[in-house]
Each structure stands twice: as C-alpha cells, then as structure tokens.
Design a binder for this molecule. Structure first.
Ligand code: BG6
Length: 510
C-alpha cells in the first residue's frame, strides 16, 4: 500500500463518537466536588452544546433538599466556579434537567425513589435507560453505594436498551489490600468496562499533549530512549497547604494523594511505547506495560524522601506548619512532600532514572516533566557559566500553569570567541492557540457519557501502582526512612537534594 493510500481498516477511528441521551446520577450531590467541579463542568458542556439531547442530572445525597433548592445552590456554584460566566438563558435550560433525590446510601427505599425518578426522566427526557452513576462521596461510601445500586437493580441496564456506567473518584483504596477489596466489591456489581476511575490529571490538555508531542511528531521519538536521555523528572509543586482537608489528608499524605495516581500516570505516558491507535484499550495496554516494568523500590532509605512542612512564608505571607492545620494531629507524621527515584527495566529505559517529587507549600505552583539529554561526547566550545561540561539539552513539558514546552540548547554568544550559552526555544499554549484549555472535568465527564474510557485508569494500572507504593508506605511506617521537615515556602527537605546529589544530578528549577 502506498503512503498516499489510506488504510481502510483505520478509517473512522478519529471520528468523535456522539453521546446518547442519558441521566447522570451524582452521589454526594451536596458536597464540594459537585459544586466546584462537576456541575460547572456539565454547565460548560451544555453551553458548548456537547451534551446530548435528553440529558439530565439527578443529585442524590442525605440532605433534605428538593429540585428547587438543588437548582438554586448549583446556580450559585456555577456563578462562583465556572470558567465562563453564567448566562441566564443557558442556565435556565440546563437547570430544567437538574433534579434531586434525598436519601442515605444504605437505604433501599431511597434507591427505589431514585429508580422511580429515573424512570420518570426516561419518559420526560427520553434517556432510554442510559445512566452514568458518579461517586462524588468520601471513599468510605463507595462500597455501600455499589451494593445499593446492585441490590436495587439499578446497576444493570433495562432489558430493552440502555447502558449503565460507574464513575469513581480517587482515592481508589488506601493500599494494595484495600484497593483489591474495593475492586472486588464493585466488581460484584459492575464489570470492568462499566467502571470509569477518574484521575483528573488525564483530563488535562497538556497531559494529553504528551502523546501528541511524542507520537504526532517525527523528530522526538527517535531520541526518546536511554541512548539519548540522561534522566526524567516529574515534579508537581503546590503553594497551597491542605486547604481545610486536614481530616482527609491526615490519612492520605503526598504518596497516596498525588504519586499513586497523578505522578505515576504522567510517568507512564512519558515512558510508554508507541501505539497504533489512540482509541480503545491501546493506550491503557501500553501504560500497563510500563507499570509492570517499574522495579520495586528495594532500598526505601536511599530511594525515597518523605517530609512535612513546618511554618514559613509563601509570597510574603506567613503560613502555619502542617501540624497546626485544622483536623491534623499535632504530632502527625503524615508526609506533605514525597520524592522517589524509580527505574523502568525495559529495552528503552534500562539505566535511566525517573525522579518523582511533589509537595505542598512549595514556593511555586507548577507541574512539569523535565527530560535531560546526555551531553555531546566532546567539549569543543567554552561554556559560559556552565562549569566544565556542556550544559545538557533539556526539554520541559509545562503541564501547568503557563502551559507550554521549552527546549534548552547551547548557542554561540555573539562576539569573536566561540563561547556557548544555554538558550531556550519556547512554545506557549496561550500565545499559539489564544484560548484557555477546557477544565479537565469537562473532557472526562464527556468521555464517560460517550463511553470512551481511554482517559480513565484501568484496574491493572491502579493495582500495579499500589503494588509499587504499598511496600514503601509500610517501610515508612517502620521508620526505614525518617520523616524530615521543610520550611513552608522552601523547595523541600535536604533529603530531596541529597537524593539527586548522590547521583551527581540536581532537580530541575521550576
Ligand atoms: C488532587 C489532590 O487530586 O489534586 C489535591 O487530592 C491536590 O491534594 C490536587 O491539590 C492538585 O490538582 P491540580 O489540578 O490543582 O494540580
């Protein structure tokens, strides 16, 4: 087949599937996530006319609200949190599809009321029995809700038509054993292909662009391997503390809250092999292979860092230490900073270290992937300010904020001498596209409604991530790597610097 002849087997793979009419049932509808993310995202999808005709939302929670109250509160939420201002007419038509059912998650009568309500909506909106159940509750309710849906015959589509899907928020378990137990429980009611596990990082445009950058261009993939790459760093810095979520965070910590999901997912996209198609399970299959190839952390004392912020200052503002946050034990040993060195034992990456770090109360909010390349074999030119060795080429994928990509290389300093100084080539989303990327939740909700699970985490990668990190959490619990402290507003503990220095490297400056 000539290059110009399209392959008929591939035809149609890039066409966006359309969404069936459906009802989205949000468990935990009175909570923060619904107000801050879910309803604003659905409103924006509706504004962009991306939702199907016959779309409706049923909020389900304990509080004794009715449709009118739910609509009024969701309107306030959209006014406060939507990325685009609320337009009355658009809101009115969207709000007509918002409903509320009150009940506790273990009450069969409440599920019966929900079932009745959904039936009515099928009639009124023509949703044809299609339902997306969204678990926006604290994780300790996941099992009981799945069970309630199963027992009350809501999990299975009606015999005539329709589909049912379950969207589950993180955290999916708190270690390997509890994740397996949760999955087994949910698995008694829903099949894997019905389960959509959210990792909101996968909904970010810039995270999706990792694949476009790698596989939509011809020039990067040939150098994306151990022959050319010296090391890869994935860093997520946050200036915020625990933002009133001390109660949750105390039992989580940075490793569970960020590394187990967001950082490892980003790592997998950076490290995976090329795919023949970006639809279906192809991407998730390749990511799973990366997880299988990550070497278990054997020496926790040498390969990991755990630390907690003490009081300090961020942008001139004094902030308290983690132990003084509301809901936090004053003797807490929960880590707010974690760093680790991983190795991926496969043909492409053997001997290239992958460094991960994330922390709260750092000086800057930034998520970046930094790929440092090997230096040229000969030093022909004088480095200005770069020490003895040439400054290595550095590719930085800026996930957020200031989304973009930059490439550092050496350039001749103007003048009669052959002096070299590193300079940057820079791409910025804002400048090139002149538009703000949509919120991650918009993309993810739409994909779940459409039935595209590519950007959701499959059980095998969740299990692999816990298999990797559970032993680290246990070893930390046994004191194998002592907890350090860092001043709020600093770049983290000394141990993180030592981890790099020990390897003759340094953290990329964000
Ligand atoms: C969440 C974590 O998953 O991600 C939070 O629970 C964290 O602790 C947040 O602040 C960071 O997300 P983003 O999109 O702001 O980088």
């Amino acid at each position: 087949m000539s290059a110009a002849t399209p392959n008929p087997l591939r035809a149609g793979t890039r066409i966006q599937k359309s969404a069936d009419p459906c009802a989205v049932v949000v468990f935990g509808a009175t909570g923060d996530l619904t107000a801050r993310k879910l309803v604003p995202a659905l409103y924006n999808l509706s504004r962009l006319r991306l939702l199907p005709a016959g779309f409706s939302v049923v909020g389900f929670a304990r509080r004794d609200w009715d449709d009118v109250q739910f609509r009024a509160l969701m309107k306030e939420a959209v006014q406060e949190y939507s990325r685009e201002p609320l337009v009355e007419e658009l809101w009115d038509s969207f709000a007509r599809g918002l409903h509320y059912v009150s009940g506790t998650f273990d009450d069969d009568a409440a599920y019966a009321r929900l079932g009745e309500r959904l039936k009515k909506q099928d009639e009124a909106h023509g949703a044809r029995g299609n339902r997306l159940f969204y678990l926006a509750t604290p994780p300790d309710s996941y099992e009981v809700i799945a069970e309630g849906l199963g027992k009350n015959n809501l999990a299975r589509p009606a015999a005539t038509s329709g589909w049912t899907r379950l969207v589950v928020e993180k955290p999916y378990g708190r270690d390997l054993a509890s994740a397996r137990q949760l999955d087994e429980h949910i698995g008694q009611v829903f099949r894997e292909r019905q389960i959509y596990r959210i990792d909101h990082y996968l909904g970010k445009e810039t995270v999706q662009n990792i694949l476009v950058f790698r596989f939509g261009n011809g020039i990067f993939e040939p150098i994306w391997n151990r022959r050319y790459v010296d090391n890869v760093q994935v860093s997520v810095g946050e200036t915020v503390g625990v933002e009133g979520r001390g109660g949750y965070y105390e039992h989580a910590g940075a490793l569970r809250d960020m590394v187990q999901n967001h950082l490892l997912q980003v790592l997998a996209l950076v490290a995976m092999e090329p795919v023949a198609s970006v639809s279906g399970d192809a991407v998730r299959d390749e990511k799973a292979k990366v997880f299988q190839a990550i070497v278990p952390v054997e020496n926790v004392a040498l390969e990991t860092v755990r630390a907690q912020y003490a009081s300090g200052a961020i942008v001139g503002q004094t902030v308290s230490g983690y132990r003084d946050e509301e809901g936090v034990d004053p003797r807490s040993v929960t880590e707010t900073y974690a760093a680790l060195r991983l190795h991926i034992e496969n043909w492409r990456w053997a001997d290239v270290p992958f460094y991960l770090r994330t922390g709260k109360r750092l000086p800057k909010r930034a998520t970046e992937v930094a790929i440092t390349f090997k230096t040229p074999p000969l030093q022909l030119f004088r480095q200005l300010g770069g020490g003895d060795d040439p400054t290595p080429n550095l590719l930085v994928l800026r996930i957020q904020p200031d989304e973009g990509i930059s490439l550092r290389f050496g350039a001749k300093v103007p003048g009669t001498r052959s002096d070299v100084r590193p300079v940057n080539m820079d791409f910025r989303y804002g400048t090139s596209f002149g538009t703000d990327p949509p919120e991650a939740y918009e993309r993810l909700l739409l994909d779940a409604i459409i039935g595209d699970s590519t950007l959701f985490t499959r059980w095998d990668s969740v299990e692999a991530a816990w298999s990797l990190l559970s032993p680290v959490i246990d070893a930390w619990g046994n004191g194998e790597r002592p907890l350090e402290f860092y001043e709020a507003g600093s770049w983290g503990p000394d141990g993180a610097r030592d981890l790099m220095e020990g390897d003759g490297r340094e953290w990329h400056r964000m």
